[in-house]
Design a protein around this ligand. Structure first.
Ligand code: HEC
Length: 210
């Protein structure tokens, strides 16, 4: 036997011994993963949501979700600046306008949404005679009545957003575009013949707007 063959045989023997040593010394536990060569691949070091931070030293944030930096807003989010009070209501009526195009497509979608979210109280023509509305202690006023006929679009939007009296807030169920589409449809119900455009309140000379 030449030297080269002897070396190969002894290397193979050594390799076999090492392999046997690694595999056979484990306890015979069926659940044991055996020798792990790359433990990170099995046990991910990623953070799970809501777990306590351990890498941060600031004890105030260690147990809490991190809040956004003060004064920042999420990308694509436009805050609604009119508060849920009489000042906000008045300002919405004066300064808030439908940002969507008033066209047939938006009107049609507004009608569909009205049929899902409003008709049971306000009724198909907005007379306040929906199946639920008619049973309320104070039925919703008619859109064509004196109180609502000239209600400006900003106030309609505001009342859908926050709710009013027995009517609940709809901001969590309808996004802004959906609410504006409904507003367009409510305006049609205010003026079924489309005769006169909905009157806006005259702007006041004050600087009330936020
Ligand atoms: C639970 C029944 C109910 C539902 C649902 C409801 N409303 Fe009303 N709504 C009312 C009542 C009651 C009033 C009268 C509130 C008041 O003035 O006290 C009202 C008032 C209004 C007004 C007048 C607000 C104002 O500023 O005076 C508008 C406009 C209106 N609703 C639109 C809608 C639209 C649009 C929807 C669907 C997105 C809707 N409502 C869903 C019951 C309802």
């Amino acid at each position: 036997m030449n030297k080269k063959v002897t070396r190969i045989i002894s290397l193979m023997t050594l390799f076999s011994c090492v392999t046997i040593a690694f595999t056979s010394c484990e306890k015979h536990d069926a659940n044991s993963p055996g020798v792990e060569f790359m433990a990170d691949m099995y046990r991910s070091p990623s953070l799970e949501s809501y777990m306590a931070y351990t890498s941060l030293t600031d004890s105030a944030v260690m147990q809490a979700n991190r809040l956004p930096v003060a004064g920042t807003i999420a990308r694509g989010f436009m805050p609604y600046i009119y508060g849920n009070d009489t000042t906000g209501y008045g300002n919405a009526g004066r300064y808030l306008h439908n940002p969507l195009a008033k066209n047939e497509i938006n009107l049609k979608q507004g009608e569909e949404l009205y049929g899902k979210f409003c008709v049971h109280c306000h009724g198909a023509t907005g007379a306040g005679d929906g199946l639920v509305g008619g049973k309320l202690p104070g039925a919703p006023p008619s859109y064509t009545g004196a109180a609502l006929k000239n209600l400006p679009e900003g106030k309609i939007f505001h009342s859908i957003t926050y709710g009013k009296g027995l009517m609940g807030a709809h901001a969590s169920q309808l996004d802004k575009d959906e609410r504006w589409k409904i507003v367009q449809y409510v305006q049609k119900l205010q003026n079924p013949n489309g005769a006169a455009p909905v009157a806006e309140e005259a702007p006041k000379a004050t600087t009330e707007a936020k």
